[in-house]
Design a protein. Structure first.
Length: 133
């Protein structure tokens, strides 16, 4: 009897855990756009969105036309829904020397990199173009 009860409890627990779904994280909206600096597409620039209320940030890198698409995790594109601070920076590559240090591959003017910007990410699709003077 004890054995049957134990097996029954284990089966019920396994069913509850298996059918519970699992937490998929906060709601995420897809985010893409174009980064321009002084009216020109900014290529090979890293775009970072950081949620103001905490949580995982998202990043993307611009292509030759300045277009970016944010990545939330290895399996999810986009950014957490809500308000974010946005920063951009030059992409970096490994130094050619044996020091294993990173060096800038592209540069972003200091005044642009220090620009404070806030945006809102909504559920669904978001096009957020980032224009810097």
């Amino acid at each position: 009897m004890k054995c049957a009860l134990g097996v029954s409890l284990l089966a019920t627990l396994a069913m509850l855990l298996g059918c519970g779904g699992g937490y998929d994280g906060p709601p995420v909206g897809s985010v893409s756009g174009i980064v321009t600096i002084q009216g020109k597409p900014a290529s090979d620039v890293v775009v970072e969105f950081t949620p103001l209320e905490g949580g995982r940030g998202s990043t993307g890198t611009t292509d030759d036309s300045g277009r970016y698409e944010l990545i939330y995790s290895s399996s999810k594109m986009g950014a957490q829904v809500g308000k974010h601070s946005v920063t951009i920076s030059g992409n970096q590559v490994l130094d050619d020397s044996n020091t294993n240090l990173m060096k800038p591959k592209t540069s972003v003017p200091k005044e642009v990199a220090e620009t404070k910007r806030e945006v809102e990410v909504n559920s669904g699709s978001n096009t957020i173009d980032l224009e810097y003077p």
